[in-house]
Design a binder for this molecule. Sequence first.
Ligand code: SF4
Length: 125
Amino acid sequence: MASKAPDWRPNAACADLGPEIFYRAGYTRDHLAEAEEVCNRCPVLGACLAEELNGPRIARTIDEIVWEQHGFRGGLSASQRRRIVDVGLNDSEIEWVAESEDPRPMLIQMSKDLRHEKRRGLRRT
Ligand code: SF4
C-alpha cells in the first residue's frame, strides 16, 4: 500500500538522532529503555509503526537495514514487530495504526491472541 500521507519524518522525536540509539552492537536493556523513551514521546509513532508493519521499505544505508531488521522502531523491538506482522493486518488496520496516537497496546494484544489461537490449534498459520 503506497502512502499518500505527508511525510511525517521531520516531526519525529528521533529526527535529529542517529540510528545508533535504536540499535548498536551489544544492545542492552538500558539501551532499549533509552530508545523506548524517545519513541514514547514521539508525535508520529503511529505513522512510523504503520510504515514498518506495511512491509520493507527501501533502506538507504547498511545502518538502516540493520536498524529495521534488528533495532527498536515505532516504539517496539524487532521481535515484537515480527509477532505483529504475523497477525497479517489488512490495509484498513494499517491505516488505523498510522492514524493512532499509540496503537501498541492493541497490536500487542492482537499478537498475543494469535499466538493463543495457534496454541489451541484454532489457526494453522
Ligand atoms: S516512533 Fe519511529 S519516528 Fe518516532 S522516535 Fe520512534 S523510531 Fe523515531
